[in-house]
Write a protein that binds this ligand. Structure first.
Ligand code: SF4
Length: 143
């Protein structure tokens, strides 16, 4: 079961079954202690930030660097899908997939935050030119 962990040096918060051995923020080794979700959320809300759609699009482009997929080159589709992602954030609080329904169960709905783990979707893995369920990400062409 995943838990929240706090770096005792820099207050970096990690959510997972185990804490990282190396803090990615301050680089201290074995620095994490388990904390309650309430404590973790309080710490994270100290530096609450918002992200524009443009920043999100830039972030997903950076995410594809060195990976086997790209953001869909069809800009109209990307505009429509990222618009849907932001509508979900406004109405549901997180950037959920614009093409699928959340169950209103925090744990299981985490798998629907965009970008999701689409590498396991049939639409992606079973097709040579596969794409994520909605088509926001597409496999890179191999030459
Ligand atoms: S299927 Fe595509 S658009 Fe939907 S959450 Fe996953 S990556 Fe985002």
């Amino acid at each position: 079961m995943r838990k929240f962990w706090r770096c005792h040096v820099c207050n970096d918060i990690h959510y997972g079954i185990f804490p990282p051995e190396l803090c990615p923020t301050c680089k201290v080794e074995f620095g994490y202690i388990e904390v309650s979700s309430q404590e973790a959320r309080k710490i994270m809300s100290i530096s609450e930030t918002t992200m524009s759609k443009e920043d999100f699009v830039a972030a997903i482009h950076r995410f594809t660097k060195m990976r086997e997929f790209n953001v869909n080159p069809d800009q109209e589709r990307v505009e429509m899908l990222t618009g849907g992602v932001f509508t979900c954030e406004q109405s549901q609080g997180l950037k959920y997939c614009p093409c699928r329904m959340i169950e209103r169960d925090f744990e299981s709905d985490l798998s629907l935050i965009c970008p999701c783990n689409f590498l396991q979707h049939d639409t992606y893995k079973d097709k040579p030119d596969g794409e994520c369920w909605c088509g926001l990400f597409v496999k890179k062409e191999t030459t």
